[in-house]
Design a protein around this ligand. Structure first.
Ligand SMILES: Nc1nc2c(c(=O)[nH]1)N[C@H]1C(S)=C(S)[C@@H](COP(=O)(O)OP(=O)(O)OC[C@H]3O[C@@H](n4cnc5c(=O)[nH]c(N)nc54)[C@H](O)[C@@H]3O)O[C@H]1N2
Ligand SMILES: Nc1nc2c(c(=O)[nH]1)N[C@H]1C(S)=C(S)[C@@H](COP(=O)(O)OP(=O)(O)OC[C@H]3O[C@@H](n4cnc5c(=O)[nH]c(N)nc54)[C@H](O)[C@@H]3O)O[C@H]1N2
Ligand SMILES: [Mo]
Length: 778
């Protein structure tokens, strides 16, 4: 990094974890001014009798008796269990036009919502409304639509199985499959790509497999920030001598070295454990090239071995017995030149061959991956190339080996399992017919991108959001905001105020709900909900804290309220279900037989695993075989425009998606700011720029194809050890640069991680605001 000092930018030399993490937790908790409440809450996280951490979807170790320390889990819990409140008096004295000018950080920082609120246009304020009246208004507006397909029902992945199941039931009885879901912005490439490869759309490994693997590949995910408890698993593997190969354009500290706060000796001696044994900084979007290069190298090694009369490198028996498409893959890979692979990946042939060698020498291999793989125009192909690589040596469906997509929200996978999908299959539709006796809509509905486009074009007029911050999470900030202002109805079920709530529809309603940490009492007594983690483990979660306000209601209760007010002739006994969540689980089991014996199996501490057929080499594809699938086209990739750079958008260490906990990104050496663009020193120099300079970033290519200028201005260039030609900034700041049309055609996942840009010295003086301000519409 350059010598010039830039405020808030200072390299972080320590390992991930360690005292830095403990300090950050203390700060996060005291910042929320409720120490007693939180420390009580933290002890209940991921315990057999407590609540599931709202942080991430990494599974809990089997022996959940000891509290597993996690800095970002602690932040997520204290953010929810905060003592701060945003009450009706606050809304009464702050017009929405003024709230709009607060930052996203400040908006959520106001604290927990306490009352149902409805927007009042005359005063430009949100005013309290009784629950029943809110439901009546929502029901009337939804019934007034000429077609149920003119409403969109968004789900964010924190919703429990019980809430999500009731929600999809209500929406289907209402008559649409418009289920935009945060999963559409996240692991949709997995859900679409993997079933075609191996017949199952979920990860095939369980936590225990990490104890039996001989090599781990970590591609495009940042566990030190986003799945911190995974560092303990990687640490154990590293200590066993397991090679860990990382493919990531950025040097992520959590993937380099880790000091475990669980281990007093490590903490006291300041020692750390190396995580990556080999760290390859590939170019953004270079994954298909690397994976194809690795396969090319494996095929060549296999041929050489066989020619020399030695055992081959590939698992030919497995390939013959279980797969189709091998010959086509071999041909595709043979036809891909090393020159193209090197150009597209930014790595050398020798580096890729080394990675292939580590892969080939390991008996059991696990490949883990995250958003660096899925959020590209070729996200589905990325996922399928990972599956190919694993299939070549039979690394799926046996102990110690498999594919491990790191899911995002703590229950995003479960929401999908219980029916949040815009493309219902026959099994789901039959389950609903059988259980409730109404005819569910069968035509496919909208995913997230399609929903926003439908709203933009005036084809959809109502949005109901079960959690989340859809407008800010989606690409194309300006267009998405403008679209949302055309709605007749916007309903947000939420714990905290966010910008999506301030984008006003003709009728806007905020319904405040209980969080995971809070006690949920219904007619039959205190309730537990269930969630499914990244490894298909389903377990119970029961809040323990007193609710943040007496007016809060549970998500299942709220969904039932909306349903009853919308569907006067409903076939569902909503009150009965909401009175006892065991009955919701009984119904889930009726609709989805995979949940067989649900209530009994989930009552065991740690819960149970939902069957993933591919984990047992049962390939649930039409021909009952796993498929090698091609990603042709590397050769045709146009060389990047001479002045062009590829931008990726990432999470800082102090945020949870659109929720900004703080302005620091400790491991990347950033404090007190988010207006940064990480760039390689040579990319700076090539543009006559220096570390610390103010810059403007302009979208090019696919994101400028419609002739609209998409730009973010007055950011600060930070010299960084990132792959050359690749630059990075934070999400959601970067969303303004991405057109809705820039997404994976197969899965609909926005290409948040490959944004072609041009970077120039800032046109305006440094004192200008760093963020573009969108005008407030009334
Ligand atoms: N504390 C915290 N925890 C979270 C979240 C959070 O915001 N905060 N979000 C949750 C959610 S919803 C999700 S989906 C997950 C997200 O978890 P991650 O998938 O880890 O999320 P990102 O921060 O988007 O980081 C992706 C990583 O991919 C790398 N990358 C970027 N582009 C490329 C590329 O082209 N190729 C490769 N190989 N790598 C690339 C980036 O450098 C970064 O290290 O985390 C979940 N957990
Ligand atoms: N550029 C760029 N954009 C991205 C991404 C990226 O990597 N880059 N990542 C994408 C990904 S992976 C995802 S998953 C999406 C995230 O999209 P969302 O899931 O829509 O966003 P969140 O920020 O997680 O939602 C935060 C809000 O959820 C509400 N909330 C919190 N807890 C609860 C609860 O228990 N119940 C209810 N009802 N509400 C609650 C609060 O009001 C809070 O303001 O963003 C996507 N957008
Ligand atoms: Mo996500």
């Amino acid at each position: 990094m350059s010598e010039k000092s830039v405020p808030g930018i200072e390299p972080y030399e320590s390992p991930a974890g360690g005292w830095g993490a403990l300090g950050a937790v203390a700060k996060a908790i005291s910042g929320q001014m409720a120490i007693a409440r939180e420390s009580l809450a933290l002890h209940k996280v991921n315990q057999p009798t407590g609540f599931d951490c709202p942080g991430c979807a990494w599974p809990d170790p089997k022996e959940t008796s000891s509290f597993e320390f996690c800095e970002n889990g602690a932040k997520a819990v204290s953010w929810e269990a905060t003592a701060k409140r945003v009450r009706p008096e606050f809304f009464a004295s702050n017009k929405v036009a003024d709230l709009w000018n607060l930052s996203d950080y400040a908006l959520e920082g106001l604290g927990r919502l306490t009352h149902p609120m409805a927007y009042d246009r005359a005063s430009d304020t949100y005013k309290p409304i009784a629950w029943d009246e809110a439901f009546q208004r929502i029901g009337a507006a939804l019934r007034a639509l000429p077609d149920p397909n003119m409403a969109e029902f968004y789900t964010s992945g924190r919703a429990s199985n019980e809430a999500a199941f009731l929600y999809q039931l209500f929406v289907r009885e209402y008559g649409t499959n418009n289920f935009p879901d945060c999963s559409n912005m996240c692991h949709e490439a997995t859900s679409v790509g993997l079933p075609k490869s191996v017949g199952s759309g979920k990860g095939t490994v369980v936590l225990e497999d990490f104890e039996h693997c001989d090599a781990i590949f970590c591609i495009g995910h940042n566990p030190g920030t986003n799945h911190p408890r995974m560092l303990s698993t990687l640490r154990e593997a590293s200590l066993r001598g397991v090679p860990i190969v990382v493919l990531n354009p950025l040097p992520e500290r959590g993937l380099e070295r880790f000091t475990s706060p669980q281990h007093p000796v490590e903490m006291l001696t300041g020692k750390s454990v190396r995580i990556a044994s080999t760290y390859y900084k590939l170019k953004i979007g270079g994954d298909v090239a690397v994976l194809k290069g690795m396969m090319k190298s494996l095929l060549a090694a296999d041929e050489r071995a066989i020619a020399a009369g030695m055992p081959g490198v590939l698992d030919r028996d497995f390939i013959a017995a279980n797969t189709t498409g091998f010959e086509a893959l071999a041909e595709d890979v043979a036809g891909t030149s090393w020159a193209a692979i090197e150009r597209c990946s930014g790595l050398t042939r020798a580096e890729i061959e080394n990675a292939a060698d580590i892969y080939a020498k390991a008996r059991n291999v696990i490949v883990c991956y995250g958003m660096g793989i899925t959020q590209h125009a070729h996200g589905t192909e990325n996922v399928q190339q990972i599956a190919n690589l694993l299939l070549l040596r039979g690394n799926i469906g046996r102990q110690g080996a498999g594919i491990c997509p790191l899911r995002g929200h703590s229950n995003v996978q479960g929401d999908r399992t219980v029916g949040i999908t815009e493309k219902p299959n026959d099994e789901l539709n039959d389950g609903i017919r059988r259980t409730y006796g109404f005819e569910p809509p069968v035509a496919h509905g909208h995913d997230a991108v399609a929903a926003v486009i439908a709203i933009r074009e005036g084809r959809s007029k109502a949005l109901v959001a079960l959690g989340g911050n859809l407008a800010v999470a989606m690409p194309d900030t300006a267009e998405t905001f403008e679209a949302m202002r055309k709605l007749d109805l916007a309903v947000h079920v939420a714990t905290k105020l966010n910008r999506s709530h301030l984008i006003l529809a003709r009728e806007s309603i905020i319904l405040p709900c209980l969080g995971r940490t809070e006690l949920d009492v219904q007619a039959s007594g205190p309730q537990a909900v269930t969630v499914e983690d990244s490894m298909s483990m389903v377990h119970a979660s029961a809040g323990t804290l007193a609710p943040a306000s007496e007016h809060l209601r549970s998500e299942p209760w709220i969904v039932a309220g909306i349903a009853k007010a919308t569907l006067p002739r409903t076939r569902v006994d909503w009150d009965r279900l909401v009175g006892d969540y065991n009955l919701i689980r009984d119904d889930i089991e009726k609709v989805f037989p995979i949940f067989r014996d649900f209530n009994r199996r989930v009552s065991v501490p740690g819960g149970f695993r939902l069957r993933v057929a591919a984990s047992e080499r049962d390939w649930a594809t039409p021909d009952r075989r796993a498929h090698f699938l091609l990603a042709p086209g590397l050769e045709e990739d146009p060389p990047a425009d001479a002045n062009g750079l590829m931008l990726t958008t990432v999470r800082s260490h102090d945020q949870y998606n659109t929720t900004i906990y703080g302005l620091n990104d400790r491991y990347r050496g950033v404090s007190g700011r988010r207006d940064v663009v990480f760039m390689h020193a040579r990319d700076l120099a090539a543009r006559g720029l220096a570390h610390g300079d103010r810059i403007d970033v302009f979208a090019t290519g696919v994101n400028a194809a419609d002739g609209k200028e998409r730009a973010v201005r007055n950011f600060v260039a930070v010299a960084y050890d990132i792959a050359e030609g690749s630059v990075a900034m934070y999400y959601p700041e970067g969303n303004a640069l991405i057109a809705l049309e820039s997404h994976d055609r197969r899965s609909g996942t926005p290409a948040y991680k490959s944004v072609p840009v041009r970077i120039e010295a800032a046109a305006q003086p440094a004192s200008a605001p760093a963020q573009p301000k969108a005008a407030h519409a009334t």
